[in-house]
Design a protein around this ligand. Sequence first.
Ligand SMILES: *Cc1c(COP(=O)(O)O)cnc(C)c1O
Length: 473
Amino acid sequence: MDPEEFRRAGHAVVDWIADYWETVGQRPVTSQDPPGAVAAALPAGPTEQGEPVEAVLADLDRIVAPRLTHWQHPGFFGYFPANTSGPSVLGDLVSSGLGVQGMLWATGPACTELETVMLDWLADLLDLPKRFRSTGPGGGVIQDSASSAALVATLGALHRASKGRWRTDGVDRRYRAYASTQGHSSIEKAARMAGLGADGVRAIEVDPATQAMRPAALRAAIEADLAAGVVPAIVVATIGTTSTTAVDPVAEIGEICAEHGVWLHVDAAYAGSAAVCPELRWSHAGVEYADSYCFDPHKWLLTGFDCDAFWVADRGELIEALTVMPEYLRNAATESGVVIDYRDWQVPLGRRFRALKLWFVLRWYGVEGLRAHIRSGVALADRFAARVAADDRFELAAPHPFSLVCFRLRAGDEASAELLRRVNTTGRVLLTHTRIEGRYALRLAVGSPLTTEHHVDEAWHLLSTEADALLSD
Ligand SMILES: *Cc1c(COP(=O)(O)O)cnc(C)c1O
């Protein structure tokens, strides 16, 4: 494909995406086809002779698009949002076109430096502690996901807890991680990958009303472990848990960590984006105690997957934990000690130029544009929650500080699960569910940039009429 052919085909692809965004709201949110439908529609192998891009676009229309879950659909209220946006796609396109590998500063200086500055901008935008800035002892990096951030934080913590011995001796079951019972599954996965074993994470109980970690229970667990000769390595506090968006008391947890020299990682994967709004920064009280912090612009900040922003308070400690220097990567810039080599901040060696999509997003929307997006999500969630609260058949199942509303039918678990099934089969919305203190709850998470009052009202109307039908059955 020469540049002229690329130009022509590229325009066609951009048109295809723009058409998709214009019409996605008219599609069913989810596909009802059985497993195997897509595979059965594909040929057994590639064509002998090359085909034009138009042929691929036709099959995108015919085979792929009808069998997707449309995450950018205005009626998508499942899980957490996974935003994308025009500027994000365009920044990613430039990244693909440049095809740069940013593993070392020397393999793409602008790739590294733009990322460092974008993470400093983001730290300012969220009003994160000064020590996370690259101009201080810390710094930020883009990880593919909050799961990778949890693994990298765990490795840094093990490095500290073992006084560097984990690099040579490995780990054994003497080290432990702590998170609330509501902590994300990636924490357990990280501990397992780091070699802490099946009981490597202690699940700390939560307050039943708020679903937030109980600091006294954390203290008791750490002290019991210390008494038994186990070394507490890392505590993961969550701002905005996946189930209900509960906010752990980070300041109280931080004080306990500081007392015992335990690494504190703050996982704000979804709710970190809320901190772009000053009125929502109460949720980040105590982050000054954190040794590391992450959030996912790819969830709620208009930046396409993958983009997790991860900061450490002491970059030296992280680099010491992760660096390996083979001869073929030696270079003068690294040896000078004045550059950042991001390969030492992550698990893989290679890395894409992901800072470009952040740059495009931050410049296109500006601070006020990003705040408007977050505020719209919060306002729409409030609007929906008010409908739930005013209806005797329903009840709110948890506080809703951000843009997720957890609710249920008072008629019980089975009725609530059946209601979810019925509204989702309409194809107009997708909601998901959770359990809170053992009881079933529906989750409605607002966040698609296309979602408006109209769509939230439609979701409520569907729930309300399906509830009528179900309760009179
Ligand atoms: C979504 C989520 C994660 C995992 O996110 P990935 O970036 O997909 O790995 C981790 N923690 C919390 C609290 C989440 O909500």
